[in-house]
Every structure is written in structure tokens, then in C-alpha cells.
Design a binder for this molecule. Structure first.
Ligand SMILES: NC(=O)c1ccc[n+]([C@@H]2O[C@H](COP(=O)([O-])OP(=O)(O)OC[C@H]3O[C@@H](n4cnc5c(N)ncnc54)[C@H](OP(=O)(O)O)[C@@H]3O)[C@@H](O)[C@H]2O)c1
Length: 325
């Protein structure tokens, strides 16, 4: 490994572009290659972002000896295959959320990374945002007492055309995997794995989940969450205990501040993020790589697996099944 960490970008869509631009805020990151399903798309992306090498397949990108870590940003139906290709080629991987379609696939990748001693992380950037780290710190030091309640919502109003990725069962559309992963990961970050999961909602005519309300039950806490693709949401979150509560403003997955209310007093706590916020997950991945870690303590494998398990159960209750499952 050279002084800078050399990134390969796998896929050429919207979030691949956002992440690549955000890496400019990490001086020790270098984007050396991009890989796509087609050479043409890789070439166009490479030209647009000033990337030296363009590969026309995932395997070629994975075999590029100058790449230290691959950021996977294709549609989530293909995360498993792309991540497997990279891990089998010996590459460290940062893979977009949701990590895979289901917990079983996620377990397969975690096992592969574990066997090979490779760094592997779900790109759940929310958990690396400075204000979210501050939230965890406040909760851990007892600022609001033991957490008894968590709320979080993330849905989009659209309307999305039937052929949109979010409504396409072939691309594992629906609100749960794309958007619901944030409120579920938020609740899991604060409270861990629930004892009970109750879900209400409905499906689109294509058979993916349209809207879902979830109640996660714990011994002495409850998380009330919602997500979907048919209603605009405030996209805020809150965490409450006997001594007070903390509000996380819109969008709660990338806040720049927190509002702590206790004893009748309200405190605004500003905690800015760099760039568009995605760079923080890259900084964390590079910190872990340099430290020789295989997983990030901010997004441990067990947490990703348990979040995927909650999403599996929510889909089971709504009757959403993807091709090949
Ligand atoms: N972190 C965030 O804030 C955030 C935001 C939005 C999305 N995401 C996640 O990022 C992923 C991509 O989302 P996006 O909004 O960037 O989607 P997008 O703009 O539709 O791009 C996805 C890319 O995936 C590849 N692709 C498309 N169809 C595919 C298929 N059937 N099989 C394999 N690859 C396919 C294409 O790249 P090539 O043609 O180059 O192969 C395409 O450009 C999703 O998993 C999503 O959940 C994360």
C-alpha cells in the first residue's frame, strides 16, 4: 500500500458519482480505477471524474493490482455478486447499503471476508457522520437516562413510474431495502437487536413494498419506524429516555446538528460534516485499512447482519420476495 489509499469504483450510477466527488475531501484518498458492466460506461465515468483507468467488467477491476479497496455502488440486487468477485480477488470492500438482499447473502460475504482476512464494510454512512457519533456519545454518557424510545422515518413521495428502480422487483425495489435500512439501522445502533418485530404496510402492483410501519420491541424500549415510496416524510429521528430526548433533524442519516431537551432546557449542538457527508465512511474505511482491521467498530459485521435480519422479517410479514430467494 502506498501513502494514499487507492480506490476502485464499481458501477457508474448516481451514488457512485456522489461518492467519487466526496472523496476529494479526503486528501489521502486516490481514485485510480472504475469498473462497470460495459467499457463504454466505465470510460465515460472515468473521463467525467478524471480517473486514470476504466475497466469493462467487475472482474477486471477486482484484478487491478493498483486498487487497494473497491467501493461497490451498483443496484442492490447485484451487491452480492460484485462483492463476492472483489473479495475472491483479495480486495478490501466498502459496499453500498443495503449490503445484500437478505441476511443469508450478507452472512456469505462476511464469512468470505473473515476467511480471507479482508476488510469489509457496509456503506451505512449515517453511522460515521460526526453528529451521529456525538449522539451515541450523549446516549452512552446517560444524558437522557436509559433509552426507552426511538423514532425514525424515511420515505419518499415520488410518484415513481412503474419502471423506476424503486418499483422494479428485478432490482430489489421497494422502500424497505432502499430507505427502511436507515431507520432500522438507526434503531439498531441505539438499542441493538429487538425481541419482537411487528410490521404493517402494503405492496405496489409490481409486488415490492410500498409503505411499511415497523414496531421493534425490546424488554424496556420500543422503536417506531416507517419507510416507503408513496409518502413524503419529515425524515427526522428522536431518542428518548426518562431525563430527556434528543432530536436528529432532517435528514437524520446525515445531520449537521442535534437538539437535546432535558429539564425544560433546549440545547442546540452543532456538529458539522465534511463535503456531502459520504467522505466520512471513506475516512473510516481507510483508518481501518491502515490499522489492519477487517471490520469497522462503527459498523460491525454483526450489526449489518442483524439489520438485514430485521429487513428479512419485515419483508416476510409483507409478503415481499425477490427473484432467486
Ligand atoms: N448512500 C446513499 O446515500 C445512497 C443513495 C442512493 C443510493 N444508494 C445505494 O446505492 C446503490 C445504487 O444506487 P444509485 O441511486 O446510484 O442507482 P443508479 O443511479 O440506478 O445506478 C446504479 C448502477 O448500478 C449498475 N446497474 C444497474 N442495473 C444493474 C443490474 N441489473 N445489475 C447490476 N448492476 C446494475 C449500473 O452501473 P454500470 O452500468 O456501471 O454497471 C448503474 O449505473 C443502491 O444499492 C442504493 O441503495 C445509496
Amino acid at each position: 500500500m502506498t501513502d494514499s489509499i487507492r480506490w476502485g469504483i464499481l458501477a457508474t450510477g448516481g451514488i457512485a458519482a456522489s461518492f467519487t466527488k466526496d472523496l476529494r475531501h479526503a486528501p489521502d484518498a486516490e481514485v485510480v480505477a472504475v469498473g462497470s458492466r460495459t467499457e463504454e460506461s466505465a470510460r465515460v465515468f472515468a473521463e467525467a471524474h478524471g480517473i486514470p483507468r476504466a475497466h469493462g467488467s467487475w472482474a477486471e477491476l477486482a484484478a487491478d493490482p493498483d486498487v487497494d479497496i473497491v467501493y461497490i455502488a451498483n443496484t442492490h440486487n447485484a451487491h452480492f455478486a460484485a462483492a463476492e468477485t472483489c473479495l475472491k480477488a483479495g480486495k478490501a470492500v466498502l459496499c453500498e447499503k443495503p449490503l445484500t438482499l437478505n441476511r443469508a447473502q450478507a452472512q456469505g460475504l462476511v464469512d468470505l471476508a473473515g476467511e480471507r482476512g479482508l476488510f469489509f464494510m457496509e456503506a451505512m454512512w449515517m453511522r460515521t457522520i460526526p453528529a451521529i457519533l456525538k449522539l451515541n456519545e450523549l446516549v452512552a454518557e446517560g444524558a437522557i437516562g436509559p433509552v426507552r424510545s426511538v423514532r425514525a422515518d424515511f420515505s419518499l413521495g415520488g410518484p415513481f413510474e412503474p419502471e423506476h428502480r424503486l418499483r422494479d422487483p428485478e432490482l430489489a425495489g421497494g422502500g424497505l431495502l432502499d430507505l427502511g435500512v436507515y431507520p432500522v439501522s438507526f434503531a439498531h445502533m441505539i438499542l441493538g437487536a429487538p425481541d419482537t418485530i411487528a410490521v404493517s404496510g402494503w405492496k405496489t402492483p409490481e409486488g415490492v413494498d410500498a409503505m411499511a410501519g415497523m414496531v421493534l420491541g425490546y424488554e424496556r424500549a420500543v422503536a417506531v419506524l416507517s419507510c416507503g415510496i408513496e409518502a413524503s416524510s419529515a425524515t427526522v429521528a428522536s431518542v428518548g429516555g426518562p431525563l430527556g430526548h434528543i432530536e436528529v433533524p432532517n435528514p437524520f442519516f446525515r445531520p449537521g446538528s442535534l437538539r437535546l431537551t432535558r429539564g425544560g432546557e433546549v440545547e442546540e449542538i452543532e456538529v458539522p460534516y465534511l463535503g456531502g457527508g459520504m467522505v466520512h465512511e471513506a475516512i473510516e474505511a481507510m483508518r481501518c485499512l491502515r490499522a489492519g482491521l477487517t471490520q469497522s467498530p462503527l459498523i460491525p459485521w454483526q450489526s449489518t447482519l442483524e439489520v438485514m435480519g430485521i429487513l428479512d422479517e419485515a419483508r416476510r410479514q409483507l409478503g415481499v420476495v425477490y427473484a432467486g430467494e
